[in-house]
Design a protein around this ligand. Structure first.
Ligand code: HEC
Length: 170
């Protein structure tokens, strides 16, 4: 009976510690960033995403023209790959919806980091193939890869981006 009591006390202590650690981790994540810092990181991330989209649209415009300017296409494809690789640093802890910043990033990004990472890696993988196709001046492959890349954008947005936000561009 005594050991049963002790076990319960231990369990209660363990539970208490778990709760305290979780609360501390949560506080730390937020304490690490002031509201101004969260806001400026979110705005920076959104500007990066828009720049990312512009590079892809520019590439699309070039690929759709009768005679693509491959030198120009290469610049956008390289910029695009650099952005795709950089995306890992755009989602700092403390820049989610609970930060109070105007973000469409959903909290699942931080709750399911592995799933989010797979999306980022898929983007880098498809973008590397896109760059290879542009380097090879292979129009059919470049168009195919352009579409494959766009699909990754959509897949990630469907999972991790709130849809209620009004788009800045049509
Ligand atoms: C790994 C996930 C992921 C991938 C891949 C991804 N995005 Fe995003 N994107 C997001 C999230 C999350 C947001 C919301 C960011 C926010 O509001 O803080 C976003 C926001 C945006 C925005 C809106 C920015 C604004 O002004 O608020 C644009 C445009 C955008 N993404 C374009 C793209 C394009 C184009 C691609 C593909 C080349 C892409 N994204 C790939 C997750 C992703």
């Amino acid at each position: 009976m005594g050991s049963g009591k002790r076990k319960t006390a231990l369990e209660a202590a363990a539970l208490f510690l778990t709760v305290v650690f979780a609360a501390t981790a949560e506080r730390k994540a937020h304490a690490a960033l002031s509201p101004e810092e969260s806001r400026s990181l979110v705005e920076g991330r959104q500007a990066h995403m828009r720049e990312h989209a512009v590079a892809l649209y520019n590439l699309q415009r070039i690929l759709k023209s009768g005679e693509p300017n491959w030198a120009e296409a290469l610049i956008y494809a390289q910029q695009f790959l650099a952005n795709s690789r950089d995306m890992a640093s755009w989602f700092a802890t403390g820049t989610g919806p609970s930060s109070g910043a105007a973000t469409a990033a959903q909290s699942d990004i931080w709750r399911q980091p592995e799933k989010f990472r797979r999306n980022r890696e898929a983007l880098v993988g498809e973008t590397e193939k896109l760059l290879a196709a542009v380097r090879a001046r292979d129009l059919a492959a470049a168009k195919r890869q352009h579409n494959a890349t766009l699909e990754v954008c959509d897949t990630c947005h469907a999972q991790f981006r709130a849809q209620h936000r009004v788009e800045a561009l049509p």
